[in-house]
Design a protein around this ligand. Structure first.
Ligand code: PLP
Length: 410
C-alpha cells in the first residue's frame, strides 16, 4: 500500500528537522476562513488557529492584499532606514492603548517582545546602579524559550535543563495578591504577569488581581509588565485583556494574533518606559519588517471594520455556555473569556480528547494534561461553534469508553 501524503511528509520531517517538536500528526496544505485541509485533502475546523495566531482565519483577503502589495513594493529595509508601515503600526498601537506617550519596539515573536521588555525594565531601573535587578514572575507562567524569557517562565520542567540564567527571579503563586505584595520589595525592577495563564491552561486571574498588581508595583516603584502575547489583539473580546480590568501597565508585550499569521512581536513602553532605551541599547534586523507590519495593520483594520471584537464576545460566550451545559463524566468545567477557552477534564486525557476531536474533523490543543484549549480565529461563527458543540459529547464518549475498556483490561 502506498503511503499517504501526510505519512510521506512526516517521514521527511523526521529526517530533516530537529526532534524538539516531535512529529506533528497533521500536515496542513491549505486554509480558508476557519477551515483547513490536510495534505490528503481531509477537512478540519481549526479551533486552535496556529495557537491563538490566525486572528482573521486563513486566507483573509485583507491580509493577502496587504502582504502582496507590500512585497511588491519592498520586503525589507533593516533598521538603517524607516518606512511607513512600521510608523503607522506603532501609531495604531498607541491609539488602541489610548496612550500617545506609549512607544513601540517591533520584534518578530513573543519571545523577542519579552526579551526587549526584560532589557527595557532593567535599563529603566538602572539595575546595576540602583540594585533593583530582581524580576518577579509567576509559577506556571509562560513567557518564551530564549534564555531571558525562559528564565522568567514558571515551568520547571522546561527551565531546569538550561539553568542557571543570568537573571534573578523571585517566584510568586499566580493570582495571590498578598504573596505578590510580599515579593515586591525595594530590590524589584519589574513584575511580569500574563492577564490569564495561557500555556498554564487558560487560567484567568482572580477578580481584582491585576488591579492589585498595578497598585503594588506603582507603590514600590517597580514596573508592571503585562504579557498580552496570547491575550492581546481581541482574543478576550477587548483589544487588550488589561483594558477590561481597567489596568494600564508600564510595559505590554504582544505577538501571536497581531500579525494574523505573519511573524511579528511588539514591546510597548508607556510613559517613562517608552523612552528608557538609549540609542544602541536594542535592535533586530527583521524587527519592524514592512511585510509583517502591513499584515498587522490589515488585522487591526479588519477587526475594526468587521466588528470582530463583538463577534469574539458573542460567539465566545455562546461556545463557553454550550460547553458548560454538557454534562459528561470527563468534563469538569470550562474557563476563559472570549474565544480563548480551556475545557477542564476530570482526568489527564486531554491528548486523547485532542486525537478523538481530530478524527472527527476538529483541531484543538491539549495545553495541559487535563485541559483542552480552544483559541480559534476571531471570526469563528456561531454555526461553526455549533458543529463542535454537537460533536463534543461523542468525542468525550469515545475517550471515556476507551478509558473504561483499558481499566477493565488492566
Ligand atoms: N508569552 C506568552 C503568554 C505566550 O503564550 C507565548 C507563546 O505561547 C510567548 C510569550 C512566546 O511567544 P513566541 O512563541 O511567539 O516566541
Amino acid at each position: 500500500m502506498s503511503m499517504t501524503q501526510t505519512a510521506t511528509l512526516q517521514q521527511r520531517f523526521e529526517a530533516a528537522l530537529m526532534p524538539n517538536y516531535g512529529v506533528p500528526p497533521v500536515a496542513i496544505a491549505v486554509g480558508r476562513g476557519c477551515r483547513v485541509w490536510d495534505a490528503d485533502g481531509r477537512p478540519y475546523l481549526d479551533l486552535i488557529g496556529g495557537i491563538a495566531v490566525s486572528a482573521l482565519g486563513h486566507g483573509h483577503p485583507a491580509i493577502i492584499s496587504a502582504v502582496s502589495s507590500q512585497v511588491a513594493k519592498f520586503a525589507h529595509t533593516s533598521n538603517l532606514f524607516l518606512h511607513e508601515p512600521e510608523v503607522a503600526l506603532a501609531e495604531r498601537l498607541q491609539g488602541l492603548l489610548g496612550r500617545a506617550d506609549a512607544r513601540v519596539f517591533l520584534a518578530n515573536s513573543g519571545t523577542e517582545a519579552n526579551e526587549a521588555a526584560i532589557k527595557l525594565v532593567l535599563r529603566k531601573q538602572d539595575a546595576a546602579g540602583s540594585g533593583r535587578n530582581i524580576i518577579v514572575a509567576a509559577d506556571h507562567s509562560f513567557h518564551g524559550r530564549s534564555l531571558g524569557s525562559l528564565a522568567i517562565t514558571g515551568k520547571e520542567s522546561i527551565r531546569a535543563p538550561f539553568a542557571p540564567f543570568g537573571l534573578s527571579v523571585r517566584w510568586v503563586p499566580y493570582g495571590d495578591a498578598a504573596a505578590l505584595s510580599d515579593a515586591v520589595r525595594p530590590d524589584v525592577a519589574a513584575v511580569f504577569l500574563e492577564p490569564a495563564l495561557g500555556e498554564g491552561g487558560v487560567v484567568p486571574a482572580p477578580e481584582g488581581y491585576l488591579r492589585a498588581a498595578r497598585s503594588i508595583t506603582a507603590e514600590a516603584g517597580a514596573a508592571l509588565v503585562l504579557d498580552e502575547i496570547q491575550s492581546g489583539i481581541g482574543r478576550t473580546g477587548a483589544w487588550f485583556a488589561c483594558q477590561a480590568e481597567g489596568v494600564m501597565p508600564d510595559v505590554i508585550t504582544l505577538a501571536k494574533g497581531l500579525g494574523g499569521g505573519l511573524p511579528i512581536g511588539a514591546c510597548i513602553g508607556v510613559g517613562e518606559y517608552g523612552t528608557a532605551f538609549r540609542p544602541g541599547d536594542h535592535g533586530s534586523t527583521f524587527g519592524g519588517n514592512p511585510v509583517a507590519c502591513a499584515a498587522a495593520l490589515a488585522v487591526i483594520d479588519a477587526i475594526e471594520a468587521e466588528d470582530i471584537l463583538a463577534n469574539v464576545a458573542k460567539v465566545g460566550a455562546w461556545l463557553k455556555d454550550g460547553i458548560a451545559a454538557i454534562s459528561h463524566p470527563l468534563l469538569r468545567e470550562v474557563r476563559g473569556s472570549g474565544l480563548w477557552l480551556g475545557a477542564v477534564l476530570t482526568a489527564p486525557v486531554a491528548a486523547d480528547v485532542t486525537t478523538a476531536a481530530r478524527e472527527r474533523g476538529f483541531l484543538v490543543n491539549p495545553v495541559q494534561p487535563d485541559v483542552v484549549r480552544l483559541a480559534p480565529p476571531l471570526i469563528l461563527t456561531e454555526a461553526e461553534a455549533a458543529d463542535f458543540l454537537t460533536a463534543l459529547p461523542g468525542i468525550l464518549d469515545a475517550v471515556h469508553a476507551a478509558g473504561q475498556a483499558s481499566t477493565k483490561g488492566a
